[in-house]
Design a protein around this ligand. Structure first.
Ligand SMILES: C[S@@+](CC[C@H](N)C(=O)[O-])C[C@H]1O[C@@H](n2cnc3c(N)ncnc32)[C@H](O)[C@@H]1O
Length: 283
């Protein structure tokens, strides 16, 4: 096999044993697998030898013994999240992107997440803050915390700037203070108002993700009535992928109709500062 393409003769990125590979076939069908020597990979209707993919250059097109064509890529984090096996509902990449940007999650940030589930939001947060930041996840179910630990290790490797705590902050409060953001994905965020207030620094962002309107109303009311949060914004992301192939240029037939509502607000101080008389204005 000629593994180095003339397009990129030096510094080629080759799949190694243990890497993850994403095979993209017809109609954008995706197969995500790990290249474990001695094991086979199941793609639509056939098995491929792992050894035939180890050493392949990333970005190559391959044709299988049964004549199916695939593009071989390293998966993006969004593709890993969409393909990971799960029993708990996750936050989808279209919503993760909005939460990260609107809650201003950035390198070096200090963030708490409540309700880690299988860790889709966790993965996005841990990667966004990076090794100069800190993410603490709270989860009440041991098996979900375990699954998230495994997913973070598998997709992001060693991340000492992240930890998961098995606790219910509605009962224990949050140990962290001075946080820049708190992200909540649990069914009853209104139970967490008292826990979030001392943990989030003034001006910091709170985001919660909820699937149903009555939950949104109850949560917004509870945080607003505390008098410690302002600038509420609720939004939903309607993502409509399109098909663009030859004369077929149209929205795809099937779309995800509903995931959830994102609500954001900012921690405010209770005090009001009266400003001095206006200065003379000289234009
Ligand atoms: C929908 S899942 C979270 C999914 C996650 N955000 C993701 O993107 O994969 C909700 C999780 O919150 C946990 N949970 C529910 N109430 C909680 C609480 N009060 N404190 C901590 N975790 C809680 C549940 O056990 C469950 O794992």
């Amino acid at each position: 096999m000629d593994q180095l393409s003339p397009e990129q003769p030096a510094g080629a990125d080759l799949f190694q044993a243990g890497d993850e590979i994403l095979l993209v076939g017809r109609m954008q069908r995706e197969f995500l697998a790990r290249l474990t020597p001695g094991q086979r990979i199941k793609v639509k209707g056939e098995y491929l030898k792992t050894e035939s993919l180890i050493g392949l250059e990333v970005g190559s097109s391959v044709v299988t013994p049964l004549n199916a064509s695939y593009l071989a890529l390293r998966p993006t984090l969004a593709e890993r999240i969409l393909n990971m096996p799960r029993q708990a509902q996750i936050i989808y990449p279209k919503d993760l992107g909005l939460i990260l940007f609107w809650a201003d999650i950035r390198p070096g940030g200090r963030v708490v997440e409540i309700g880690t589930g299988h860790g889709a939001m966790t993965l996005a947060l841990v990667r966004a803050v990076g090794q100069t930041g800190r993410v603490t996840s709270y989860e009440i179910r041991a098996e979900h915390a375990r699954r998230t630990r495994a997913n973070v290790r598998r997709f992001l490797g060693q991340t000492p700037w992240w930890e998961v705590k098995l606790a219910n902050p509605a009962e224990t409060g949050l140990e962290e203070t001075g946080l820049e953001a708190v992200i909540i994905d649990v069914p009853a965020p209104w139970e967490l108002v008292e826990a979030v207030i001392p943990a989030l620094r003034p001006g910091g962002s709170l985001a919660f993700f909820l699937p149903n309107v009555p939950q949104v109303v109850r949560a917004v009311d509870a945080f607003r009535e505390s008098g410690k949060f302002a600038n509420f914004q609720t939004m939903e992301a309607l993502l409509r992928p399109w098909n663009v192939e030859g004369p077929s240029v149209r929205p795809q037939m099937r779309i995800t109709g509903h995931t959830g509502f994102i609500t954001l607000c900012r921690r405010k101080l209770g005090r009001v500062v009266r400003l001095a008389d206006p200065a003379d204005i000289r234009w």
